[in-house]
Design a protein around this ligand. Structure first.
Ligand SMILES: Cc1cc2nc3c(=O)[nH]c(=O)nc-3n(C[C@H](O)[C@H](O)[C@H](O)COP(=O)(O)O)c2cc1C
Length: 377
């Protein structure tokens, strides 16, 4: 059977999820595989980003990741003809809107300059569907398409295979993984609760061997809490064929992480993250801040389901990020971002190439040490 490196055409079994094209290119150039998180792009922007990556990496492989929610409270089946007639403001309940306004006032976060204010936006016609982004991605020589938040639609799997693209999907439980396999997924990413972003409740240590056993012979990548060669060796010992990483790239030189957040990440301990619905409406691990505390507080009206919560907070997050960058103290307290528990070990800014090299070197040393410990007995 092919190894994951043979399957993907990479040198080291390290995959890097990032929203930043520079990180994706750097990891693919360094012998791993960069996977671009595409969910925030318009189709035109995604096309530009993918072209740029290809210019940088030549014929090295790379991938694209889409969030395709299996369920999306309140918006039916994501039919574009329905969406264009929906006014966002009509969907957002008064208590949540008032709570958010009060929160930003309390922390002294100024409004956006007029040209950025989208409070009078007409409808959801501009909402980009993940499947539209997938169509753009398939026009490029991607090697892998990944999806999270439920099994990928059959249409996407078929299209991927027609284009010679492998399909990976994230799973937080054995049951999710089995559903992904049924949907025709080629590679399962078993993602433990330690991970940054949307995550379940089972730890990587328990989840990975469970999923490996359940979906065999499908290859499994381990995700959640992997930022070093030792952690990579542990993941491989659990039966994973490779690792899928996210948080470790946020503090690389190439990452466009907000400078205030980057500094907070460098200072954070492994206790400083929380699974919160406050950004997306589904539990996602992120840095704990005044923002997450406020949404968890007794005064909170509760979060809205996806995709209403992201629509509610989108502009607020922009306001916070802009004000924090300008030195506003309240905004700095609120600022946060998705990150996993492994944030506690991210304490300096390094080039992505160096992160890769150190991870692989420590992995090789660790495996050799373990083999040596056995043979000395
Ligand atoms: C900032 C950030 C954003 C993320 N966004 C997504 C996403 O859009 N789609 C996705 O499949 N996974 C997303 N994830 C999860 C990663 O794909 C990956 O599974 C996770 O980061 C692995 O755990 P780690 O953070 O401990 O390395 C995100 C992770 C982070 C840190």
């Amino acid at each position: 059977m092919q190894t994951i490196c043979e399957l993907l055409g990479i040198e080291y079994p390290v995959l890097a999820f990032s929203h930043c094209r520079d990180v994706v290119a750097a990891v693919s150039k360094a012998g791993g595989m960069g996977v671009l998180g595409a969910v925030t792009y318009t189709p035109e922007e995604l096309d530009i980003e993918l072209r740029w990556i290809e210019d940088q990496i030549g014929d090295k492989p790379y991938g694209v990741d889409l969030l395709i929610p299996a369920s999306i409270g309140g918006l039916g089946d994501l039919d574009p003809s329905v969406l264009k007639d929906i006014n966002v403001n009509d969907l957002l309940p008064e208590p949540q809107r008032r709570f958010l306004d009060d929160l930003l006032d309390r922390y002294g976060v100024p409004k956006l300059a007029e040209e950025l204010d989208r409070s009078d936006r007409p409808g959801l016609g501009g909402l980009v569907l993940p499947t539209t982004l997938a169509d753009v991605a398939f026009e490029h020589p991607i090697k892998l398409i990944a999806s999270a938040l439920g099994p990928p639609p059959a249409k996407l799997v078929t299209a991927a295979h027609e284009h010679g693209v492998l399909v990976a999907a994230l799973a937080g439980t054995k049951e999710h993984a089995l559903r992904q396999r049924e949907a025709g997924v080629d590679i399962i990413v078993a993602q433990g609760t330690e991970a940054g972003g949307h995550t379940g409740e089972i730890g990587t240590m328990v989840l990975v061997p469970e999923v490996v056993k359940a979906v065999a012979p499908l290859p499994v990548l381990a995700a959640g809490g992997i930022a070093s060669g030792r952690q990579m060796a542990a993941a491989m010992a659990l039966g994973a064929q490779g690792v899928w990483t996210g948080s470790v790239w946020l503090t690389t030189e190439e990452a466009e992480t907000h400078p205030v957040v980057k500094q907070k990440l460098l200072e954070a301990s492994s206790r400083d993250t929380v699974r919160s619905k406050s950004r997306t409406g589904k539990p996602a691990r992120q840095l704990r801040s005044a923002w997450t505390d406020a949404w968890e507080s007794p005064e909170s009206p509760g979060t809205l389901p996806m995709p209403l919560q992201p629509l509610l907070v989108e502009e607020a997050v922009q306001r916070i990020d802009r004000a924090a960058a300008a030195g506003n103290e309240g905004a700095k307290e609120l600022a946060n971002y998705f990150v996993g528990q492994v944030v506690g070990s991210l304490d300096s800014i390094k080039p992505a190439r160096q992160v890769m090299a150190e991870m692989v070197e420590e992995y090789v040393e660790t495996v050799a040490d373990l083999a040596g410990a056995l043979s000395e007995e």
